[in-house]
Design a protein. Structure first.
Ligand SMILES: [Zn+2]
Length: 116
């Protein structure tokens, strides 16, 4: 249940921002979950629904951004597409790869509901 603990940490971040803003409800959050972040998206979304229940985040719209994975290949001396951990370089077939993109996991935007 790796995704559940991630979901709980997202809800905590969102709640603390809301608290600094008179506990306003959250309208929308934007998440960046890279292809190589090691997060199962469907499981994360389900966990978020559960974790946000009864909080200011309940019912908020969740927008996902999914940056593609890339890695630096030592042999090719260039950045190559890299979609799965453990894969070889798609150009030279080597394994001297260092991930340099697509492993981010964070809340990038948060929109609070307007007070009425
Ligand atoms: Zn290569």
């Amino acid at each position: 249940m790796h995704e559940m603990s991630l979901a709980q940490s997202i809800v905590e971040i969102v709640e603390s921002v809301s608290q600094q803003n008179n506990n306003r409800d959250v309208a929308k959050i934007k998440l960046i979950v890279g292809e190589l972040a090691g997060v199962e998206l469907q499981s994360l979304m389900q966990s978020l629904t559960i974790a946000s229940h009864g909080t200011v985040m309940e019912g908020a719209e969740i927008e996902l951004e999914r940056p593609e994975g890339t890695a630096w290949c030592m042999k090719c001396a260039q950045t190559v597409p890299f979609h799965h951990l453990g894969d070889p370089c798609p150009i030279c077939g080597g394994y001297q790869l260092r991930i340099n993109g697509g492993n981010e996991f964070r809340v990038s935007e948060l929109e609070l509901k307007t007070e009425d």
